[in-house]
Design a protein around this ligand. Structure first.
Ligand code: AP5
Length: 205
């Protein structure tokens, strides 16, 4: 099963993906995580992507499509988190899947208003050792766990990421609606409620 997670920054895509991995054995491919790893390791991709990410802009489509071509597993249950993010990426994915004789089974849209995004992203903290995601108010890290804040979770960059989402990524909602495989979850609810809704809509309960 191939599932795409679509939605604004901070909607909770990564949080729900971690749970589907732990409880339903999905593989999680997050282009954001792959890019951050590349930046950390100063790979050629990381060196090219760094400035776009720090500004809250999208990394060019050709780099992302090449990355997915390399990472997309041929089998198994997969969540694509944060990809595709433009119509050009969605078309490239359709082509890749056609060559593999596969298709997108479901696209989950995490719906959440801007004010919730801003609150979630400004309170987000990460454990750099495990990659686990926390929130200072909604999911505080356990005592003794040292956490960091993502560079792009600063207020001016959050604003830019929301603008970029509206302009470049939101058109994918209609793209997948027309294909008939868009599922919508109310991502303003608690993580447990969102998860229940998600697995019900995906037929995984
Ligand atoms: P990426 O890492 O994909 O960032 P994003 O889409 O902006 O998503 P986030 O990781 O910020 O949020 P999320 O929805 O996963 O929320 P989370 O679960 O962490 O991309 C980063 C950058 O990489 C981009 O800006 C771009 O430059 C580049 N990039 C990546 N993919 C690309 C692509 N395809 N093309 C081009 N460029 C690309 O939750 C957020 C917070 O809220 C956490 O603190 C969490 O604990 C909390 N939380 C989660 N759920 C709930 C809940 N239900 N209630 C209360 N709190 C909650």
């Amino acid at each position: 099963m191939l599932v795409i997670f679509l939605g604004p920054p901070g909607a909770g895509k990564g949080t729900q993906a971690q749970r589907l991995v732990a409880e339903k054995g999905f593989m999680h491919i997050s282009t954001g995580d792959l890019l951050r790893e590349a930046v950390k390791n100063r790979t050629p991709l990381g060196l090219k992507a760094k400035e776009y990410m720090e500004r809250g802009e999208l990394v060019p489509d050709d780099l992302i499509v090449a990355l997915i071509k390399e990472k997309l597993p041929k089998e198994g249950n997969v969540i694509l988190d944060g990809f595709p993010r433009t119509i050009a990426q969605a078309e490239a994915l359709d082509k890749m899947l056609e060559e593999l004789g596969k298709k997108v089974d479901a696209v989950v849209l995490f719906e959440v208003p801007d004010e919730v995004v801003i609150e979630r992203l400004s309170g987000r903290r990460i454990d750099p050792k495990t990659g686990k995601v926390y929130h200072v108010k909604y999911n505080p890290p356990p005592e003794g766990v040292e956490v960091i804040q993502r560079e792009d979770d600063k207020p001016s960059v959050i604003k830019k990421r929301l603008e970029v989402y509206r302009k470049q990524t939101a058109p994918l909602i209609d793209y997948y609606k027309e294909k008939g495989n868009l599922l919508v979850v109310d991502a303003t609810k608690s993580p447990d409620e969102v998860y229940e809704d998600l697995i019900t809509k995906l037929g995984l309960k």
